[in-house]
Design a protein around this ligand. Structure first.
Ligand code: ADP
Length: 262
């Protein structure tokens, strides 16, 4: 009860914070209705992990005689749900801060070719578990005027999605290079693709496609909203092309900057 009370109290104060942050930014970007929707959706998303943590900790307290070994599946579940809640709160905070213009990009000259190589390498391990082949086709040298942490976050969102929505034995390709006055990054997978009905909505907050909604490990529906914010803050654009059952291609275009190229 105590643990659940603390969790519920924490959630309520975070939501109150989001709500207040929301009130302060009425004229900035989102309409009042959209802000209310955002808070309502956020509360809804936080309900499931909170309920699981509540129920599981209550069970733990009810059986103090049981060993840690016996209870480890329950403890693992609490850990998993609290991690999920932490990720959700991080994402919510990013979006709330971006709405109120409290988050700014701090760009510098980036070696994008190396960055793409590193991020892909980090995901290769995860891909291996699903027997998914990951390839890269990146022009070198390739530079970008951008904020390293945000570009890494962007790539993590795109690769995480590609991995989630590609079945075992699939393929994911990360490509990058110059095209005219732009720097492009492309992530292509041969996974489930996105239906015509879902496609226009995927950048909306909390929107999850049909296939995603029915998945147990499904995300929060905030990934692509954050990706879009990162790209636009860098003066770029993001486009998603998908053919149902033929995979998905996400293409990001950034302005090419002389500041990035020595
Ligand atoms: P989620 O947490 O659900 O992945 P996102 O905002 O990252 O949220 O994506 C929104 C929706 O777009 C997903 O629910 C899914 O339906 C669709 N989507 C995104 N990336 C892909 C992909 N690579 N393949 C298939 N569907 C995708």
């Amino acid at each position: 009860d105590i643990a659940a009370g603390i969790t519920a109290g924490g959630v309520v104060s975070v939501l109150a914070g989001l709500f207040l942050a929301g009130r302060a930014l009425v004229p900035i970007r989102l309409s009042w209705e959209k802000q209310q929707r955002f808070v309502a959706d956020a509360s809804h998303e936080l309900r499931t992990p909170t309920a699981v943590i509540h129920a599981q900790t209550e069970m733990l307290l009810r059986h103090p005689d049981r060993s840690i070994e016996e209870e480890s599946p329950r403890i693992a579940l609490v850990l998993q749900e609290s991690k999920r809640m932490g990720k959700l709160l991080d994402d919510l905070l990013t979006l709330a801060r971006s709405d109120s213009n409290q988050l700014q990009i701090h760009p510098s000259a980036l070696d994008l070719a190396s960055l793409l190589g590193e991020v892909t390498e980090a995901f290769r391990l995860l891909a291996g578990i699903k027997d998914i082949e990951m390839t890269t086709a990146v022009e070198t040298p390739l530079s970008l005027w951008g904020e390293e942490a945000r570009i890494r976050q962007l790539m993590a969102i795109l690769l995480d999605n590609a991995l989630k929505y590609t079945p075992p034995s699939g393929r994911i390709e990360v490509a990058g290079g110059y095209r005219g006055h732009a720097v492009y990054i492309r992530v292509t997978d041969n996974g489930s693709g996105i239906s015509e009905e879902d496609l226009p909505h995927v950048f909306e907050r909390f929107y999850r496609g049909d296939k995603a909604r029915t998945r147990a490990e499904g995300g929060t529906g905030l990934g692509l909203s954050i990706a879009k914010w990162i790209v636009e803050e860098h003066g770029g654009s993001i486009q998603l092309v998908s053919l149902p059952d033929n995979g998905t291609r996400v293409e990001v275009l950034f302005p090419r900057s002389k500041r990035a190229e020595p």
